[in-house]
Design a protein around this ligand. Structure first.
Ligand code: DX5
Ligand code: ZN
Length: 218
């Protein structure tokens, strides 16, 4: 089943609750955490996740674009994230495994993220230990509103193959430049969770935009 995860990065930060209420049909809410180091931009942190938790029951899918994410797993879990995802490029493999261990200890779902430069095969050791989600970036992380990188499609297909082989229940999410034109391409390649920021909150009717993504390519 396809899940649509509107990215709050494109919402109005002074009116997050109002904007969440505009997408009652969203499956998940995608929350972009940026530290100004791993990516050049700075977005939101632990207190905002805590406030979001208090104003919605929706599944909070928290994408950590931060250096050495192991340091912050406990804090984001306690703030109320349902799933945390960490970039493979944000630390050395043993530290990424420790970050995933901490997610398990905190009872949150665990995910890994790949920048465009990182190859599909990098996911294999993590799938072997068990994952809830792999996120394939289809733009360079850091900003909303960028153009979809179609050269990521073979990587999505390859990772879908690895998921089927090693950890079939793992979700495959894509993030960056997803709109009704690119959604069918990523779904065909094997993605089942679609993040969209500007294609949802940049539209006059965000709920209709969620449905447009869900039915794209059907
Ligand atoms: C970018 C973020 C995305 C961003 C996507 O680094 O990870 O979640 O909000 O924005 P769009 O859908 O506008 O490309
Ligand atoms: Zn994101």
């Amino acid at each position: 089943m396809i899940k649509i995860a509107p990215s709050l990065l494109s919402a109005d930060f002074a009116n997050l609750q109002r904007d969440i209420e505009r997408v009652p049909n969203a499956d998940w809410l995608h929350v972009d955490v940026m530290d100004g180091m791993f990516v050049p931009n700075i977005s939101i942190g632990v207190p905002v996740v805590k406030s979001l938790r208090a104003c919605t029951d929706k599944f909070l899918d928290v994408h950590l674009m931060i250096e050495k994410p192991e340091r912050y797993i406990d804090a984001f879990a306690k703030a109320g994230a349902d799933l945390l995802s960490v970039h493979l490029e944000a630390d050395l493999p043993p530290a990424i495994h420790r970050a995933l261990d901490r997610m398990e200890e905190n009872g949150v779902k665990k995910g890994i993220v790949l920048r465009p430069i990182t190859g599909a095969e990098a996911v294999i050791p993590y799938l072997k230990r068990g994952l809830d989600l792999i996120l394939v970036m289809t733009v360079e992380p850091g900003f909303g509103g960028q153009a979809f990188m179609s050269d990521m499609l073979p990587k999505i297909e390859a990772i879908r193959g690895y998921i089927n082989q090693y950890c079939p229940d793992c979700d495959l999410e894509v993030d960056g430049g997803i709109d009704p034109a690119t959604a069918p391409l990523v779904m065909k390649a094997g993605a089942n969770v679609l993040v969209a920021g500007s294609a949802v909150f940049g539209k006059p009717d965000p709920a209709a935009a969620v449905e447009a993504l869900r039915s794209a390519g059907v």
